[in-house]
Ligand binder design. Sequence first.
Ligand code: PGA
Length: 250
Amino acid sequence: MRKKIVAGNWKMNTTVPEGVILAQDVVAKLSEVPSDVNLVVAPSFVHIAQVGEVVNGTSVGLSAQNCADEVKGAYTGEVSAQMLSSIGVKYVILGHSERREYYGETNEKLVKKVNLALAEGLTPIFCVGEKLEERKANKHFDVVGEQVKEVLFTLSAEQMANVVIAYEPVWAIGTGETATKEQAQEIHAFIRATLAEKFGALAEEISILYGGSCKPSNAQELFAQKDIDGGLIGGAALKAEDFIAIAKSF
Ligand code: PGA
């Protein structure tokens, strides 16, 4: 059985006190969420210790939004996977389209990040997705296939078993425009089939989340799709009520 996961990517939002309140609100509503749904919150690095104090001891998993592509040393401004695991972080979002687009993250760098995260026992939430012009040119399968192959095909099966994938069409992120359930299912199935080329039956065990303007009003139809195992939620994760409503949508 694949894990059902709803992860909140807070991005560069909330002050630390606001983030602590948001986490407390999520924890307060936790009893409403079915026990087989894994909730994850991904605040900024600055928030992690304090948000960790709120969620530790609950079923909410703590995630970072990025980690360094080096182990340690003279890399000013970077945060290592080891630093994250040392304070109870369990997941790390890697390869988000905003990191790829604004901070020059390449598949090559992501191979290093995914490996370092796994070596520290973190679960990477590895993001893939095409831009609008790529979809319009009917290149979305090529783009997503390449992201999967160039990074995840370098892993052993044992490593791959600890990776979560998030498909996020860039044109749907923060735009209010969501992929239709058919569009999302089609590419999730493609990702799973691509994984199967290298990892065989293990592909059936990998959770593939949908991200991009996922909200309470559309989560249900998306999560009902055969190959959609949850969501990576941006804007709607900033309101505990909406985040919990999404988690109840399976
Ligand atoms: P959104 O962001 O839900 O605000 O579209 C999703 C994401 O970028 O992870």
